[in-house]
Design a protein around this ligand. Sequence first.
Ligand code: TXA
Ligand code: MG
Length: 316
Amino acid sequence: MPIRPATADAIADAAAALREGRLVAFPTETVYGLGADATNARAVAAIYEAKGRPQFNPLIAHVADAEDASRFAVLGPEAQALAAAFWPGALTLVLNKQPDCAIADLVTAGLDTVALRVPSHPIARTFIRAAARPIAAPSANRSGHVSPTTAAHVEADLGAKVAIILDDGPSPIGVESTVVDVSGSQPALLRAGGVTREDIEAVLGTRLAVHYGDAERPSSPGQLASHYAPRTPVRLNASSARPSEALLAFGPVAADHDGPSINLSLTGDLIEAAANLFAALRRLDAAGAATIAVMPIPEAGLGEAINDRLRRAAVR
Ligand code: TXA
Ligand code: MG
């Protein structure tokens, strides 16, 4: 069993394994990450192999702080403002690489830009500092599966592929980081996530362009249409569930349902709903229903990221 409680000993072992080129799964405030030494191309290749992920998807490198980030990429005024406001936290910045950037080309899929994030999760931060490396880490699930918000989810998908899974309980935010491209003349939102668009726009003082992109040439894996698919078909905007269906409910006026049912937040709290989303999809997927019927969720704040993941889950 690769799962270990994230004690100081386990973190030290995980850091040593990472430096030897092995894969380590670790908790972050968004979802669990599948980490490799971002300066070691062979180790990064093992991420793609373990996930079964298409090669054209660049990965996020996790760093200790903004100063660490500036070793690898150029932080212009907008990047600095966003880093000051949201790092450590659930924001990933796409930045122009430094000329001598030590991060392997395989992390950036050969692009001149690199996606960097400073996570706030205390175990992630301790692990990054102990490893003393930038850590490339996509979500720790098989490509196309639902993202993991517990160590058990990681074990189910990737247990045989990782040296250690550091366990620190459920991910508090529960959806991936927001990805903002600040490498060009105009900041653009590439993926909705744990930091809301409204909060980012307030710091920038402008509206964000949205480049969710096309599924033909995704610049962000979140842009692959069926990225978050459970095996069970998903039906969106359901006001009620049929007898053969499972119900993913939201809010205090949830439909009555005799079959499998989970309410993302009885009080209609979008933060609680985001934290519960991926675990709920996994549980309903395992319930053997014909379809997962999903009640409508408001498209505001974290609702934007939640609905983005649900729309992708509904694509076959
Ligand atoms: O919350 C998260 O971000 C999690 C945790 C583990 O930190 N990680 C995660 O990584 O979701 P991943 O690899 O699943 O998603 C990386 C996102 C994708 O949407 C990817 O296309 C985008 O960042 N990305 C990475 N490098 C990029 C680049 N140079 N240009 C544009 N997008 C990039
Ligand atoms: Mg992912």
